[in-house]
Design a protein around this ligand. Structure first.
Ligand code: PBG
Length: 330
């Protein structure tokens, strides 16, 4: 490879000597508009309840959500993802509350849109916040059943889109859900609702703090999600999941978790032309914060470096609980 040149004619350190030059040759850069801010919302007024396992993250009541939405918008953040904390009394085996047009998630969508009409709103489609068993779908004879779950997910997606969500994000990993949801949206003339598919979502232990935050951990107990979320051992299978979801009508696809799955992002990016998104999940966020609190790593620097790595690997949108603090720093 002559293009590589030879020492001393070629000295790669030359371009690293000055900050301005490093910036000129930087191949990747983080921008606030790359970030999607996931928020936990709860009932009540004027209350922020910290999530113990996620330092700096709180569950927000809708009035505070509105205020924080404006701040985030002013910092350049252009998309938020909503995760509701559903009252135990509203949970049921079928997750019926998910289909209620005035549920907390729907009201949170409206609160964000009122506060900042130009903010993009992404709503999760999955039943885990609403089920008494904490699974993403309906359980029959101890197993999460696929096709009956699809019917409910379709209704949930329509309700969220009608409440004003720009994008619905199925995170449940049922087979055929993208096609079913796309058809349900078309049927309701919701032609422009974007589907962000959690296409390659792994059965990961990095979701622990999230399950504490939404209160599904106690419902889930010792059960796991391995019969629908992917095996962390697999990469070819992720390509099949992504290909299917694109064929079924996904506008963009996500890989989740993030930092331990950069190979999946890079591989998918090389193969598919749809926008790829990445999710820096709760456990990744918690690990960085915990090490930083102990003074073991420079938390800000490690956060920036991990998020930059997502972009370098090929991700466009990046979900991160650190979106606001990172936007301040950029
Ligand atoms: C559930 C859902 C999960 C996350 C987002 N949506 C958890 C799970 O699958 O159990 C995890 C996000 C995170 O850990 O930050 N549908």
């Amino acid at each position: 490879m002559t293009e590589q040149g030879q020492f001393p004619a070629t000295r790669l350190r030359r371009a690293r000597m000055q900050p301005w030059l490093r910036e000129l040759v930087a191949e990747t850069r983080l921008h606030p508009s790359d970030l999607i801010w996931p928020v936990f919302v709860q009932e009540g007024e004027n209350t922020e309840t910290p999530v113990a396992s996620m330092p700096g993250v709180s569950r927000l009541t809708l009035d505070i959500l509105a205020q924080k939405t404006k701040e985030a918008y002013a910092l350049g953040i252009r998309a938020m993802a909503i995760f509701p904390i559903v009252d135990d009394t509203l949970k049921s085996p079928l997750g019926d509350e998910a289909m209620h047009p005035k549920n907390l998630a729907c009201r949170a969508i409206a609160a964000i849109k009122n506060a900042a009409p130009e903010m993009g709103v992404i709503a999760d489609v999955a039943l885990d916040p609403y089920t008494t068993h904490g699974q993403d779908g309906i359980v029959e004879d101890g197993i999460v059943v696929n096709d009956r779950t699809l019917e409910i997910l379709c209704k949930q997606a329509v309700v969220l889109a009608e409440a004003g969500a720009d994008m619905v994000a199925p995170s449940d990993m049922m087979d055929g859900r993208i096609g079913a949801i796309r058809a349900a949206l078309e049927h309701k003339k919701l032609h422009d609702t974007v589907i962000l598919s959690y296409a390659a979502k792994y059965a990961s232990s990095f979701y622990g703090p999230f399950r504490d935050a939404v209160g599904s951990a106690k419902n889930l107990g010792s059960a796991d999600k391995k019969n629908y979320q992917m095996d962390p051992a697999n990469s070819d299978e992720a390509m099949r999941e992504i290909a299917l979801d694109i064929a079924e009508g996904a506008d963009m696809v996500m890989v989740k978790p993030g930092i331990a799955y950069l190979d999946i992002i890079a591989r998918a990016k090389a193969r598919f032309d749809v926008p790829m998104f990445a999710y820096q999940v709760s456990g990744e966020y918690a690990m960085i914060k915990a090490a930083a609190q102990n003074g073991w790593v420079d938390g800000d620097a490690v956060m920036m470096e991990s998020l930059l790595a997502f972009k370098r690997a090929g991700a466009r949108g990046i979900l991160t609980y650190a979106a606001v603090e990172v936007a301040k720093k950029i």
